[in-house]
Design a protein around this ligand. Sequence first.
Ligand code: DSN
Length: 411
Amino acid sequence: MLREVDAEIYRVLVNEQKKQRDTIGLIPSENIVSREILRLAGTVFTNKYAEGYPGKRYYGGCQFIDEIEEIAVRRACMLFNSEHANVQPHSGSQANMAAYFTALKPGDKILAMNILAGGHLTHGLRTNFSGTFYNAVFYDVDRETERINYEKVREIAVREKPRMIVCGASSYPRIIDFGRFHEIAAEAGAYMLSDIAHISGLIVAKLHPSPVGLADFVTSTTHKTMRGPRGGLILCGSKYREKLDNSIIPGIQGGPLMHIIAAKALAFKEAMQPGFNDYQKQIILNCKKLCAEFKNRGYRLVSGGSDNHLFVIDLRDKGIHGCEFEKLLERVGIITNKNLIPFDPQPPRVTSGIRMGTPLVTSRGMKEKEMELIAGWIDSTLKNRENNRVLKDISKQIRRFAREFPIYPEA
Ligand code: DSN
């Protein structure tokens, strides 16, 4: 029993469990895996080394491990309609790194979404490997609409002639036109990489267009809207298979995490069930409801709302920065994250925005009615930020409310 062998870790684990149970999680990149996925991630598969690929390992004793990886690859290909899948990346960052290593040489130019506009660290940020190894140039969102201006992206691509165009984002609340990116990449003679980490669940449910078949490489995480274990995934056509697989191992990784690959395989199966589409639909309905509630209460949302699972509130007229609001909301039991808004005057550790999303609360069974309550509590928290008595009262209500939506009901 963990309690007996390591009381220190046990205490922290129990605290984390309670926190997850008693708070409302609105970070759009977080979710709650099924009990079975949770269990698989803690099975004997963790004991096995399996560098290489099924049938071509550098270790003996891999017959069952091979089966697991083959099942995961087969399911990923079916789910996304892809010719090839590599399920070994430990994370989305490593999926992106392997895709870059497959197609680019150090110093090559990439064109990606500016992190200030919603892009990811691995999309060329100077302090990330992607901005160190490659010569990154960026597109922003349009100042007026705060949406991608595809004509502008085309102009930059034609002028800069990047070797690769990266599309996909960490904080973009609108549909991404992968078809348009495909045309631009073709015109510029560039590879196309689509990072669908945030929206892969929506894509599986056909609630967002898929880049598979358009992009040379599609990378994703397997948690976020996919609701699997924390990990990465790469999809590509057969022509890149060998080079891509070599980019993962020996390129950037050693032994794959087979317990996580087993859990990914189960997540892919769960995503094939009809209930998964209903879940994704509800994520969007909940997000739209939250957006409407905030707009009714006088909040400005980046780009005016959301088409997907997340949105960003512009706090500039509320007299609070993202970093303070994140902490204030945490005090009452609402977990969010500070986020830059496009052309943010504040630095990344401060920010003028706060990002919220609905995958996790939707997994807990919350619907539009609950979104109304949550928006009300968030607004009330902001308005009463100096009033400890009201904040305490809100916090009590939230704890009671959260417990009505248990994370693992049968436990
Ligand atoms: N850190 C993730 C997010 O929160 O969007 C992206 O990797």
